[in-house]
Design a protein around this ligand. Structure first.
Ligand code: ADP
Length: 341
């Protein structure tokens, strides 16, 4: 679904490459953490996937398309398959919650009827019903990130890219966002998340790709963060402790829930991803942490890499209730993007 083949990226005027012979493949339905210190090349990877830039040498293929051969005029259509969220939310400050989410459909020419249906569905998906008329500055950081996630998902992308999505949030709020991303992934969306947050990576036990100075030094199917000594702590020491414990315990709980029913996702044409039946409540720092469940990390395959058919979990939801993929304004351009690789 996302393939990097010996990708090297050199920015003009720099001595060492931002990415150096990076080689990996992400399968449909995977949740992958991209980790590494600041400057290690994570954002460059995401930019290449979005075709905001092209490799100096090597090849990036996304959804079966070699991005180098993708004509510039087709790039906007290609990007409709990819949702993006960022550390700084990037909401339009003068637009309401509803308008922020609707905007991404308006720019691609979706019908008014479709927008009126899809936007409330997306906001329900992220737990923001009733806040449609709020302005971004009237929301908490966690709520603003939920709006950004709703905006990224309203078009039902096959891939969600998240660049430090919890970087501006406290631990308790971050866990709500992680729960949401885990549920989005459980519904079938491939998620690639760049992060510094070692706690989440350790607890989620998903695939980890680690970069160091542009070199891929690790690709583990269910790893932890690794050596965190060089990673800056975004949260002051005093704020960790109880809230962080609660946050991480809740992540374990999500992990336990979503690993209950393994489903093998076939390498077949896309079906409508199933959104979660209910939005995840955002735990507060003063909530008592739930009892820690037994770790349920899947066994490592012998080669230490993700299996080709990746077992993911579908929550027990009514797909038809919230499914909107069939009504999206993508049809005209679907043929622009070939079958997944
Ligand atoms: P990360 O996201 O892990 O912090 P980046 O991908 O942003 O890393 O950066 C990787 C390297 O490339 C860094 O050394 C950075 O300074 C350099 N870099 C990133 N963008 C540019 C650019 N537009 N021009 C020159 N150098 C850049």
């Amino acid at each position: 679904m996302i393939r990097f083949e010996n990708v090297t990226k050199r920015y003009r005027g720099t001595k060492r490459p931002a990415l150096d012979e990076v080689d990996f493949e992400v399968e449909r339905g995977e949740f992958v953490f991209l980790v590494g210190a600041s400057g290690s090349g994570k954002s460059t990877c995401l930019r290449l996937i979005l075709r905001e830039d092209v490799p100096t040498t090597g090849r990036v293929a996304v959804l079966g398309r070699d991005l180098r051969s993708l004509a510039n005029r087709k790039v906007p259509y290609f990007r409709r398959n990819i949702g993006s969220v960022f550390q700084d939310f990037r909401l339009l400050p003068s637009k309401t919650v509803y308008q922020n989410v609707a905007f991404s459909l308006q720019v691609i020419g979706s019908s008014r009827g479709f927008i009126q249906q899809a936007v409330p569905e997306a906001l329900a998906l992220v737990g923001l019903e009733g806040k449609e008329k709020r302005m971004p500055h009237e929301l908490s950081g966690g709520e603003q990130q939920r709006v950004a996630i709703a905006r990224a998902l309203v078009n039902r992308p096959q891939i969600l890219l998240a660049d430090e999505p919890t970087g501006n949030l406290d631990p308790a709020t971050s866990v709500g966002i992680m729960q949401l991303l885990a549920r989005v992934n459980a519904g079938g969306t491939t998620v690639l998340m760049a992060t510094h947050e070692a706690g989440f990576v350790d607890q989620m036990q998903r695939r980890v790709i680690e970069l160091q100075d542009g070199v891929m030094v690790r690709d583990e199917s269910s790893g932890g963060y690794g050596d965190t000594s060089n990673i800056p702590r975004l949260t002051p020491e005093v704020l960790r402790g109880a809230a962080a414990t609660a946050a991480l315990t809740a992540v374990q709980e999500v992990q336990r829930q979503t690993e209950a029913v393994p489903v093998i996702v076939p390498d077949a044409p896309e079906t409508a991803p199933s959104p979660p039946a209910e939005s995840a409540p955002e735990p507060s720092a003063d909530q008592a942490p739930p009892a820690a469940p037994e770790p349920t990390a899947p066994a490592l395959p012998p080669d230490g890499h993700a299996p080709r058919t990746h077992p993911i979990v579908l929550p027990d939801v009514d797909v038809a209730e919230l499914g909107v993929a069939g009504r999206l304004g993508l049809r005209d351009d679907d043929e622009e993007v070939g079958p997944t690789s």
